[in-house]
Write a new protein. Structure first.
Length: 261
């Protein structure tokens, strides 16, 4: 039985070269070609190839996005086609995942193909899929840190820089962003927003409030064990007793205590 193979690359010349090299392989049946990631996702879902030559760098939906999109369905063996530098290629080598570094010669192509064909024959797809996932984790570009929030104001979207926010307060299914004398409502819970925000930018000081530590001007310890925080804009907030472990994140050394605020 022939190994059903799909070619995915946004460069026509690259697809032509792979098709030409694969045509000489009696055990290979090329079942299709895709010029972008969206086409690749549809083709993989519809045809279930055994082997895919997958370009890592493609506009819009890249190789990472393709594998994310096909998700938990049976994963074909992948030969990654990449222009990544030598340092990044160590990730492929460490996890024994097949790759071709552009530009590649016939000898290198043959080596990658033979290795991939062995994986297909021995049905080691599950282990191979795990190795592929490990490589993608290492190579995936890290998302840019969140530095502003989009808030809807009437027909407009207003971008609020995180550094301008003094404190954030829970308001049912919304949060209220306090920026100087102004405030903005954002449809998101405080718990969900806390996960998205950089830990060093905002600190949770009670069940309903997060504060920008840079805005704290004065601090006073209360009799019950909590703290009163005075911000540079004049607002007064309370760090509850149960959140005293967050004092170090505010640049403050505090003592431990018991009970709730």
């Amino acid at each position: 039985m022939k190994i059903r193979t799909l070619i995915v690359d946004d460069e026509p010349l690259a697809r032509d070269r792979l098709r030409h090299l694969l045509a000489a392989e009696a055990e290979i049946e090329v079942i299709g070609e895709c010029a972008d990631g969206s086409e690749a996702v549809a083709a993989i879902r519809n045809t279930g190839p055994d082997l895919v030559f997958l370009d890592v760098q493609m506009p819009e939906l890249d190789g990472f996005g393709v594998l994310d999109a096909i998700g938990t369905q049976p994963m074909p063996v992948i030969v990654f086609v990449t222009a990544h530098g030598q340092f990044a290629l160590r990730a492929f080598e460490v996890h024994a995942v097949d790759y071709l570094l552009k530009p590649f010669d016939r000898e290198r192509f043959q080596a990658a193909l033979r290795h991939a064909m062995e994986r297909v024959r021995h049905k080691g797809v599950g282990t191979h899929a795990e190795a592929q996932a490990n490589v993608l984790t290492q190579l995936r570009p890290r998302p840019k840190p969140l530095d502003r929030l989009a808030v809807k104001t009437g027909p407009y979207i207003v971008w609020v820089p995180l550094e301008d926010i003094d404190w954030i307060e829970s308001a049912d299914n919304y949060v209220e962003l306090h920026v100087g004398s102004r405030s903005h409502l954002l449809r998101e819970t405080l718990n969900a927003l806390e996960v998205r925000l950089p830990a060093e930018t905002f600190v949770r000081i009670s069940r309903s409030v997060m504060v920008n530590p840079k805005r704290i001007q004065k601090l006073r310890r209360m009799l019950y064990g909590g703290y009163e925080l005075r911000l540079s804009n004049g607002a007064t907030l309370t760090l509850s007793r149960r959140y005293r472990d967050k004092l170090s994140l505010l640049g403050i050394r505090g003592s431990a205590g018991h009970g709730d605020a």
